[in-house]
Structures are given as C-alpha cells and as structure tokens.
Design a binder for this molecule. Structure first.
Ligand code: AVJ
Ligand code: FE
Length: 441
C-alpha cells in the first residue's frame, strides 16, 4: 500500500481496499446455500458463516468502537466471534447468526464505517495514522477470505468457484539457472516505515546473512514427484524426528488432495475438480515436515526467514531493502499471482517482471513458502494494537511462511509480511523452495 499524503486520496484508497475485500467475501459466500454456509466442511475450519460475521465483528470492534468511540451494536454476540474463546472445531455448535443476519450485520457495520471514514482525521493518534486501523481491517478480511478459500478447497460437492488459468511459463524458463547466489553481508530486515505493516514485521533491523544459494523458483510438482517415486516418504533418515512421527501417524504419502491415477499418473482435486497434477506448477498443500524432508532428499535445506527476505528484498547495487522483489511499486498482474484471480499457482519461472535483484522469481504470489524459521519477535518488537494478533503465537510451535500465494490479496502481502502455521498444516496454499550454504563464506 503506497500511502497518499493527502487525506482525501487516502480516504479513497481505504474505501477501495475495503470494497475489494468485501466483494471477495461475497464471491466466496454468495455461491453457497444456507446449509453449506452453516456446515463445517472440515474440523480444521470454521463454518463460512462464522468467518462472515467474525470479519464484521472485528471491523465493528476496531473501527466503530476503537476509532469512532461508538457503543457496541450487539454486545451479546462478541464472545461468539472471539477466535480465542472458541476453537474452530467447536464453532458449529455455537448459536451463530444465520447467514441472512450475518450479511446484514456486515452490511450495517460497513455503512457506518464508510460514514466514519468521511469524517475521521488521520492525525489523532497511532491507530489512525496513515489510516492504519482501516488498513489492518482490510488485511484482516482478506486473510479470512484466504481462509475461506481453503474451506472451499476442503469441501466436497459440486464446484462453485472457477477462474482463468494463469499464462503458460515464459520462453526463457528453460534457460533459468536452478539457483541464484545471494552474497553475504548485512541487510535491513523488517520495516519501520511501511504504513500498514503489522506489528510482527516491525521494527527494521540489521541482520548479517552469510552467502547462500536459493532455488530460482519454488519446487515444482515434477521435482516433488521425484521425491515420492524415490520413496522419500518411507525413508526415515530424511525426516526430522517430529516429522517422521507425524508422517507415521497421519500416513502421509503425497501432498494433500493428491491421489494416484492410472499408469503412474498423479491426480489432484482442486476446488471440486479432479485433474492431472501439472508438472511445472509449484507444489502445494505440503506440510513443513514434508518440505523439510524433501530438502534433505535433494541434499539441501529450507532457507531461514532472514535468507528468504534478503533474497526477496535486498538490492546489492543500492544497499537498500525494497518493498517488493521488483522494487517499491505495488503488485500488478504482470508481477505476481495474487488476489484469487487465478485459483492455482502459475508455472515455475513465470513473472519475469516480478524477479528479485538476486534473479529469483515468484517470491511474491503463487504459493506461500515454508521457511526453516520459528515464528519469533524481531528485536524491539512491540505488540500493536493487540497481543492476540502476533505475540501469543511467538515461540517454537509455529513455522514462518513467506511471500503470499494466489489466494492472498496484495493488501495483505509484501516483502516484509510474515505468515505462520503449525508444521503439520497442509490445507493452506503452502509450497517451498530450497537453499544451500555457499563455500565462499
Ligand atoms: C496470520 C494467517 C496466521 O488466520 O490465524 C486472522 C491471520 N489473525 N484473524 C490467522 C488472522 C486474526 C492469521 N494468520
Ligand atoms: Fe480473525
């Protein structure tokens, strides 16, 4: 988000970002009947009608109450939509607002927010400076839109979501080197200036990263099939201890949503349609444990989070960290596969216009990329505006994912953006690329 200096342009930008999020929420919910919205499609997910009202409830909480100082509209429903009161598995048993009421609640909140936006001054404190709280809420709705897309992927039944396929890979993919070199040295990680960056991306701080090599593109389905056919899932030596335990317990044998077809072919289910696994596409729906085992099989390792960010942002020529791999300008459809315009990743090597100075491609968009790193605070971290956004998740339970996927919106994706999940998770749009040390150290 490039923030406009003058308040009236900022108002327009905020309204547009909120509207994009709402249209996406509607696209993901208007296509299903009441029963499908109320049903829990997987114990991993909330019923879609919960996400719908939760998004509205957070918007009411942070914008109407937090910024606008209004009284709660329906205080009795607050606990229902507090993510910390009720785990996802329990949400279907709650007296949730039925779809019609959830929609009108969201509509009413939004109307009042747009009124507030007309009158708000962006200079009355940290919450509204550069429109931060509005940006946070647009990001929050988009993050739930991504979660709702994962719910669609998990649901059985007739397909309702369709989108255009991405372009074929550009001609130069055959000449791309397998890996790029990132020289050692200090770079600036995180940000203190990106106006809508969330608390966990802050502050900017120097990190010394030894030289390393990184895959030019995410690992493809074809490469991953190599790991499967080499019996990587059966070779305990390739797995971490926790990874092997989980591989045994969950009987992992391939990415989630994959099945064997005839004649050695692999098939996958994607938004209700079964199709051959496309060889050139980045692999997706793998857990951190699988990514870690694959990397070991390939004689490599996952990149640390700092390595990933340096490869994505650091411009050796200027010594600066960019906002995005290609520079400081906003994402466009020519630079990155974001925003649910395509409902799948583009072939590895796509988006030459989105390449990083290191030469790596698709660091933003296509698939979230698992990193080797635990989700931890940066030095100087301050929880803002609430501890439950990031701080309560810090520690060794979660691994960091970077870069965003086709499922993520540009408003909630940038070179500094940090996502996190449990290392067993596979229903998310997760892939990875691998790295290795350089002997130049
Ligand atoms: C950043 C994607 C891990 O979905 O749990 C949504 C985002 N936080 N509502 C999540 C979030 C509160 C969060 N992730
Ligand atoms: Fe939420």
């Amino acid at each position: 988000m490039t923030i406009a200096a003058d308040p009236s342009t900022l108002r327009d930008e905020i309204a547009a970002r909120l509207d994009t999020a709402r249209k996406r929420t509607q696209r993901l919910t208007d296509c299903l009947d009441e029963d499908e919205l109320l049903r829990q499609h997987s114990p991993l997910m909330s019923p879609l009608v919960w996400d719908l009202a939760h998004v509205a409830n957070q918007e009411e909480l942070w914008l109407l109450r937090g910024v606008g100082g209004r009284d709660p509209m329906h205080p009795e429903i607050d606990p229902l939509y507090d993510a910390f009161e009720h785990p996802r598995a329990k949400r279907p048993t709650l007296p949730l607002l039925p779809p019609g009421e959830a929609r009108s609640y969201a509509h009413e909140v939004r109307g009042r927010v747009l009124d507030l936006l007309e009158r708000v001054s962006f200079s009355t404190g940290q919450l509204v400076e550069h429109g931060f709280a509005f940006g946070m809420i647009a990001q929050h709705e988009q993050q739930h839109d991504e979660t709702m897309l994962a719910t669609h992927q998990l649901r059985k039944g007739s397909p309702v979501l369709r989108a255009q396929a991405p372009e074929p890979a550009p001609a130069d993919v055959l000449r791309l080197p397998a890996e790029v070199f990132v020289p050692g040295g200090i770079f600036t990680m995180g940000t203190s200036t990106e106006p809508w960056a969330l608390d966990n991306e802050r502050p900017a701080h120097p990190v010394d990263v030894p030289p390393f090599y990184l895959d030019t593109t995410p690992v493809t389905n074809a490469a991953y099939i190599g790991f499967i056919e080499a019996r990587g899932y059966d070779d305990q030596r390739l797995w971490s201890q926790a990874g092997w335990e989980y591989r045994q317990k969950a009987d992992l044998a391939a990415p989630l949503f994959w099945e064997r077809g005839g004649a050695g072919q692999w098939l996958r289910r994607r938004f209700g349609i079964t199709e051959p696994v496309p060889a050139a596409e980045p692999v997706m729906h793998v857990s951190w444990y699988e990514a870690d085992a694959y990397a070991r099989w390939a004689g490599r390792r996952l990149p640390s989070e700092a390595e990933w960010e340096k490869a994505a942002r650091f411009d050796q020529a200027s010594g600066r960290s960019r906002r995005y791999p290609w520079g400081d300008a906003e994402p466009t459809p020519a630079r990155a596969n974001l925003g649910q315009h395509h409902l799948q990743p583009a072939p590895a090597g796509s988006y030459p216009q989105g390449a990083a100075p290191s030469g790596a491609r698709q660091l933003i968009g296509d698939v979230w990329e698992w990193t080797a790193s635990d989700f931890r605070p940066y030095p100087g971290f301050v929880a803002y505006p609430y501890r439950e956004y990031s701080e309560v998740f810090f520690g060794t339970d979660y691994k960091v994912l970077r870069g965003g996927a086709f499922s993520a919106d540009p408003v909630a994706c940038r070179g500094t953006f940090r996502n996190w999940d449990f290392p067993i998770r596979r229903q998310i749009f997760s892939g990875f690329r691998t790295a290795r040390d350089s002997d130049l150290a």
